[in-house]
Design a protein around this ligand. Structure first.
Ligand code: SF4
Ligand code: SF4
Length: 266
């Protein structure tokens, strides 16, 4: 009889926060039925939202939430990358700069002076940028917040040594699958579903509302054609631009309509 095999070491998981609202890492805690099973299969080395325990690195998998918005962020993300075998950025902040990237089209110093009694206390970079602009990112999970089912899928596939297989098709397809009435056709709403990556289950159109693109661009979108459709619905061009310049406004496909930072016309 062969000797029993030594139990396989659990991969070490770290969850890091940068400029963000914590909503995406909260989706990990929201995996209520799966959480204990995940804690059995991963060694949680660093997850300040859940525990004050912090083990020294390196780790096998780092989930990174938030954008790079300060000089210290820019240093810290390099440390996180150096200590992680696989790095997955989670959410619109980490994958596209988030809503705080609206500053990229504005004068941050003017905003600080207008809003804060002591603007000198805020160490903010003039831009908010995604994690991939600073270090190599292995995979991205999109959304604001991310979908916990997609997060679970990525974690399970990591345990299986498999590549994540998240969909890249548009929200429109989800609407058709679920039998939702199209809010562009039926209500004349400026829905970004035709160019937005699925993953939310067509949440907003399912409630009769227009998608505002929080999962970012779908694979091979045509934002210019959708912008023309919005023009035909009667939107002013400035409103069309603003439509594309939301939580995912810095995503390159949305910039084709929303404009490049520095060319402020919204
Ligand atoms: S992507 Fe949205 S939910 Fe996630 S941290 Fe950023 S603002 Fe919060
Ligand atoms: S329908 Fe659009 S805005 Fe609404 S949750 Fe889904 S991707 Fe986000």
């Amino acid at each position: 009889m062969s000797a029993p095999r030594a139990p396989r070491a659990r991969p070490r998981l770290a969850v890091h926060k940068f400029a963000s609202c914590d909503g995406c890492q909260l989706q990990l805690l929201n995996l209520e039925h799966e959480l204990l099973g995940l804690a059995d299969r991963f060694e949680i080395a660093h997850f300040p939202e859940a525990s004050s325990r912090c083990l020294p690195g390196p780790v096998d998998l780092a989930l990174v939430e938030g954008s790079i918005a300060t000089a210290r962020d820019a240093e810290r993300i390099r440390e996180v990358r150096a200590g992680a075998r696989v790095l997955v950025s989670i959410g619109a902040c980490a994958t596209a700069g988030g809503i705080q990237a609206l500053r990229n089209w504005a004068d941050v110093e003017a905003w600080k002076a207008e809003l804060l009694p002591h603007p000198e206390w805020l160490d903010a970079l003039p831009t908010s940028t995604p994690i991939a602009a600073h270090v190599k990112v292995d995979h991205e999970i999109h959304g604001c917040p991310i979908d916990r089912g997609q997060l679970l899928r990525v974690l399970v596939r990591f345990l299986l040594d498999a590549t994540p297989d998240l969909p890249g098709h548009a929200v429109c397809l989800e609407c058709k699958r679920q039998g939702h009435v199209c809010v562009v056709v039926a209500k004349g709403l400026p829905c970004l579903g035709p160019v937005t990556r699925s993953g939310c289950g067509a949440l907003c159109p399912g409630l009769g509302r227009d998608c505002y693109g929080c999962f970012g661009p779908a694979d091979d979108p045509n934002p210019e054609a959708l912008a023309e459709r919005f023009d035909a619905l009667g939107l002013q061009r400035a409103d069309v631009v603003r439509r594309f310049r939301g939580v995912e406004g810095l995503a390159s496909a949305f910039r084709r309509v929303g404009g490049e930072p520095g060319a402020d016309d919204a």
